[in-house]
Write a protein that binds this ligand. Sequence first.
Ligand SMILES: C[S@@+](CC[C@H](N)C(=O)[O-])C[C@H]1O[C@@H](n2cnc3c(N)ncnc32)[C@H](O)[C@@H]1O
Length: 344
Amino acid sequence: MTTEVRTTAGSRTARELEQFHSLTDRLVSVTKKAEDAQLAEDLADFLSSYRDDPQKLPRESRELFDAQRLLRRVLLATRDYSIVYEWYMAFKNPHGVDQEVQMKLFWPHVTEAATALAWVKDYDCVLECGSGASSLGLELAKHNHRWIASDIAHHPSLDRAVEEFSPGPNFEFIISDGTNLQEIPDGEVDLVISRSFFEHLLVDDAESHVRSAFRVLRPGGQLFVACPSSIGPPSDITQRFPEYDTPQGLHIKEYNLGELSEVVRAAGFTSIHNRFVRSRYTSLLPLRMQRLNFLPERASRVVEIGAEKTWPLARFHPRRRRAWRRFWAVLGAASVSLLAKKPG
Ligand SMILES: C[S@@+](CC[C@H](N)C(=O)[O-])C[C@H]1O[C@@H](n2cnc3c(N)ncnc32)[C@H](O)[C@@H]1O
């Protein structure tokens, strides 16, 4: 029988510890298959400090950074997203508590996304890939007939969040690999949402993700991709370590609008638009007007090129860097929010 020996947010319960150990065993055995002795050894070293101490939870940026860097190597060597994300979630948030708090802190972000997706209610069936805690679907599902949230891992806070938000029968969650979406039949979906997800995929998997989105969309359906732009400093945990210029953690690659639209166009999408002014600044406008906030790709690209060209002027000075980011963020260049259409 399993007894709950700890209940505070600062430690793991016996059940969580058992689950964590079993995930850790899986992580080790998956990594062994990659036959990279150095990686296996580095992983064993890292794990040895966590394995036997139920009190030990990562709290410091450095620990999370080291964990992410190691998992990035595991992902590159094994392509096993499932174990990487399940293990990391169990490592970082054993009780889902941090994420729950994060969801509340994230509220402005969610309303921003909600206003940007003002037209979401026009779609019968929405598929969200890499939905994580699924806060977007839990908030918006009531506007659609069907909202399918999907992720490679079951987020620790999802069940509690579903209870708290009561999204109703329109909302469903499935475990699915966003790179093939094999659970979803062709032409089933009206809108695919890929938010803060694309940058987590290996480059060829990101291309497969967009091709799969194209397959599951009905003719005339749309794909919405929002991800951090590669302009400026990295946006994953690496941002806390200014000595690095590119993401070292679980953002495998960050893209600029030009690169992202190339991937999207290669999959067959047309009519590509980018959100111009960040919705946070336009959220006071009537929802219908939010649509005007998407500009044809070429117009947004002009802004992006302006940001790219001026980055070297700011990059070596922390204060200038911050001002630079704020300025271009207002104009939408700090993230890419792209809307593309499947012809038909
Ligand atoms: C940063 S979270 C984004 C969560 C959510 N979309 C949001 O915007 O708040 C990235 C999510 O992608 C998921 N993920 C990573 N690789 C995946 C894959 N191959 N298939 C499906 N989900 C994946 C992770 O489990 C994680 O929940």
